[in-house]
Design a protein. Sequence first.
Length: 419
Amino acid sequence: MTPTEWLALGQIGFGSLAIIPFLVQDWLNRRWISKCPFPSFPSTKNADLPNMTVIICVRDEELVIGGKLSDLSTNKYPHDQLEILVIDTGSSDRTMQVVEDWISDNPKFGALVRLLSTTSVAGKSAAVNLGLAESRLESEIILLTDADSRLSEGALDRIGRWFLNPDIGAVCGRQQPIGIDGKPQLDSGAYRSYYNRAREAESRLDSTPIFEGSLAAYRRSAINAGVVADSNADDSQLALEARKQGLRAIHDPELHFFEAVPVTPTAIHVQRVRRAQGLVRHLWRNSNMMFSNKISTPMRMTLCSLFYVHVKMPFFVMVSLACGLTLLSAFFWAAPMAYFSLPFSLAILNGFALLFLSLGCFSVGNSSKQWWFTTAPFSFIHAMFVLVWVHLRIALGIKSHIWKPIQEVREAIHRYDEL
């Protein structure tokens, strides 16, 4: 075979390894959603709701932390069963002063709020461990929520009711995106739809190992071990810990939170790298569960699927892309007629299939100023590149558990609070 045919077959082979399992998994997710019932919680009076501690980890959040506390104060939950811990992780702005002023200006709800500090820039996971240690022992629910997210009406009540089901060990919410103008967006993008579909299917089958840290709640007795402080993905760490204790960790499609999404290339890249690195480390650390007889078959299937998509698939996509680009570049300096062969024709079709996949499953929407980066094909390729890149970062010992807030996201939330 000629080098051209080898390149064509390489693109076909690696592209197919990336595309086919992914599409099969999405088809299965749709089927499971239609066939498998979702868990439920019993009806109850407010007096029967469990005690809850809300943990908010902050660093340089003076622009949004006041709005966060106001948002929690309007979300009804019995005050005598609620505790709010704001844990500072080394802010250099007026975050702590804003919290103190808010407590003074709102004495009724402010009495429920305690301000703690890690005394150094230690990262969110270290703050989560501090919150677990400092929370009231009678709190049956530990709720993690971010300073830059806002809860839908009745979210706290719905969380409390979930934990009246003794089988539930962890629950997370579904993101409702906020635009850069501070207004909620109706269309969350094809990738977010795929993400939500996968998490719901996993929750119907058994549990999901991937959690939304902006609104994630846990049964305290299932997470006493805490999290690995320099690893990130604390939300998913705790979800899987609850599953190890024999309880279910679910993604509730009716439990909503509002969160701004970045739109500039730099902000998108920074957020993706941080989240991807935490998730990849999380999957590698728990890869032994894919073969454990102590875990149910559906849960092992879920872990195998996630490991494939986040660890193997990106490398297949990158190799397929490299073969395709080499083949395309060679087309312009070699004799074009030499390319009209079956392998080359199939390679072209395979390339279109990859493009279709990116358009259909990984779109994050468009920005008139940044269309070249956020258009679906570029977004998909970038997402795959990031997953390959974070493997290299992990191998080099580069950590991502400490980061600065993304300013454009905070500004969008601030606009949302002012509407």
